[in-house]
Structures are given as C-alpha cells and as structure tokens.
Design a protein around this ligand. Sequence first.
Ligand code: BG6
Length: 484
Amino acid sequence: MGFDLVLFGGTGDLAWRKLMPALFQAFRHGTLPEGGRILCVGRDDLSDDQYRALIQGRFEKVELSKRPSPEEFSRFAALLHYLRMDLSQPADYERLATALNTRGAETVVMYLATAPSLFTTVCEQIAAVGLNGPQTRVVLEKPLGHDLASNQAINATLRKVLREEQVFRIDHYLGKPSVQNLLALRFGNALFEPLWRRETIANIQITIAEELGVESRGAFYDQTGALRDMVQNHALQLLCAIGMEPPINASAHAIRDEKLKVLQSLKPWTPETLSQHVVRGQYLAGASQGQPVPAYQQEKGVAAGSQTETFVALRTEICNWRWAGVPFYIRTGKRLAGRDARIVVNFRPVPHPIFRSPLSEANRLVINLQPKDGLELHLLAQGATQQQAEPSLAPVHLNLDFDQRFGAKRVGAYERLLLDVIAGRLNLFVRSDEQEQAWRWVEPILQHWRNDLSGPRGYAAGSWGPSAASAMIARDGFCWSEEV
Ligand code: BG6
C-alpha cells in the first residue's frame, strides 16, 4: 500500500525550509500518490500532534501563495507522523523497522536530511534491521564527502548495503525546470544540434551568481568554499547538460552515461593551467541592494584570516571531437552584483562579413536559468533603411519567457525530485561514478590552492568578482556576457 517517506532530520532546517513546503505543494497539486505516510524522525520527544503543530508554525514563514489554508493543512497533517530516534542507537532502528513493517508500504523512501557525517551510520543501521530491501530508496543530500577519497569511502559503504539503483543523490539544480529544459532544448529540437559544435561555437559561459553572502552558514561554508559548494556539483552538472552527446534514449542510464563521458573528457589540469585558468576570490565589505554589507571574514562562524574562496572562475575544455579547443568558462560566487544563473553560448562570427556590424556582435544564445527562466537568441538585423554603400547591422533578439508561458504549472525543484524518488525515476539524480569523476577533476585545484599561499583575491561585495576573472577570459579574446 502506498509509500512511506521517512524523513531523517525531520526537525531540521532542510526539512522545514525545503522538504515540507515541497511535499505540501505536491499534495496541493494532487501529484503526491495516494495512500502515503510521511514519517518524520528527530531527537526531540514529540507526539504526532506536537510535530504537526511545529510544522504548521513553520508554514507561516513560507511565502503566502505556498502557504496552506487551515483546512488544507489539516488534510496534509493527517499524512504526518513523528518518531523519536537517536540515530546512534541500534535499538531505535528496531522501532523504526516495526513502524514500517507493520504498514508494509510498497515503497519506502529514506530521506537523509541529516548531517552528512551520519549518512554511513544510518545506511548501515537500516540494513542491520533489514530495511534495505528492494522497496527501499535512500535519498542523500550533498555534501557527499569533501574530496575524492571521502566521497569514495561513502560510496563504498553504500554499495555494501544498497544497490546503486536504490541510491538517489540529490543535486537540486537538476530539479529546476530551467535545467531540465536545457535537455529539452537540445534533444527535443532539431534546430540547434547541427550547430552545437566547435565549428560554430566560439565559447560557452556558465555563470551561477548569487547576491547573498553566506547567511547563517558561515561555519559550514568556511570548511567548504565555492569550489566544493557549487562547482563540483551544480556547475559541472550544467556543463554536462550543455556539452553531452545525445543520449540513446531518455533513461537514467543513458543520460548518466553521457554525463559521465563529459566529466571524463574534461581537460586534465597542468601546473600552468592551474595558475592561469583558475581564479579564486573572497568578498570584502561592499554593498548589496544599496545596503552596506560586511566582508566574508566578518561573517559569523568564519575563522579569522580564512582563506576560503567565495568565488571561483575557471576555464576548461571538453576534449572530444565535438568540442576540442572550445573554451568552457565557469563562474560562481557569493555577494556578486546580482542573482543570475545563465549559460551563454557564443557563436563564431560569420566567416566572410559583407555588412558592417557592431564589433563585439556575433550570434549568442542565452539560456536564463534563474531568476528569469527562458531563452534569448541574439541576432543581427538591418535596422532603419540606410542609403550607405556598406550597410550596417543592428543587434536584435528573440526572447522566450518560460515563466510567462508555463507560469503556475511549473513544479519546484524539490517537489519534482521528491515525486521522482517516490516513483523510482533516477534521471535527475547523480550516479556514484559521475560524482566521483567530478571530485577527481576538482581535486588538483584543491591541492594547488593548499600549496599556493597567495590565497583568494579580494573583491568588493556587490561587484562581479575579482578583475583577474575578466583578465583570464580576455586572454582568449573574449569577455563575460555582462561585459558585452
Ligand atoms: C546550495 C549551496 O547547494 O545551492 C548554497 O550549498 C547555494 O551555498 C545554493 O546558495 C544555491 O541554490 P539556488 O537554488 O538558490 O541557486
């Protein structure tokens, strides 16, 4: 009967900020399968009703349009149950097993919204009480390790107790409608594919800019940094989606095989590229939305004199027939000039110009991921009629706004991913070999930084990062898209 969703970390930040609102949206949209139960696990001693009251209170902080009415909440709350557990106590897993076995749901989802240090213990313990059968799916949030060795160690433990098909590694970027749309753009349309190659594309830029600083996560972030927090996972997943070969079908295996090949084809680092093609930065005091904001080093939880990077820009290549020699630039950072995630595909100029056109203009496809979601295709056109011997062109662009087109029907990232886990769809989750390969590729950068005492370059909060990031791309004769 139905599903059981066990939410470890049921009283934690992720549960109430992301997971409960997402589950409620699925419930409201009627997409949460019937006959489900959400069993929230935490250390506090709470009854079901006390837990429901806690969640109801938390919903008051959710944006108005996503907040349940009292009537909706009481129907949703009927799905919520609470189980007190100390995750280090084997006996508590026996109680969990009893609670699950009594009901005998067809699908059991174990969502580990806990500290990553508990992942292996919880997986071993659920196996010890026989809860790792084929009906079980385990969802793991990042960070899965802090380098290749720790990631491999977690995966090795998981492999002892679960099959790969039972493990759902979340990268919430893959749940964003705009990111899924990237695959639809490439493989649902015939138009772009013949152009998607080195002969026509000059460079590709992936930007994930955040306006916020580290907020309340200073202590965690200071141990992590932008490379581990954003590049190893989200940015490389975007790179895979933009650079992969067409998969043979839309199955999880086929898609993940192609993504893995991209990661395996990334240009290996050399001492020269590590110093020339990677820029790290750390924000200084500055302004955000017109308000003064402190430097990273003044943030709560950040160690004095910290060398942790809050910005990374890098240049790489995908070494295969399609992309050889085409630079792929990745850039991400906190406290930048705006919240803007986008991929810009810069096409080569025409081979033999017969018109005069603005110097920097060639065709450009901008894939806006957030906050806007859509496509802009920049072209050149003959503007006002001119009586000139050599006519000149003016830039124009086509603008597709997916928010406007699909609006309210769009499903949020966590809602989508939770429904996929319940349905057993692995397409939007990361396989262990992909994740290990991504770690393998970033590892030389981490190593290089450990030995490079010059540390990150300062940049003013509210800017686009250190000027060295612009210099890096300028050496190839290009510039970042907002500088065009
Ligand atoms: C998370 C990072 O994975 O992604 C955060 O840990 C970051 O530091 C967040 O802020 C960005 O996600 P989004 O969906 O807001 O772009």
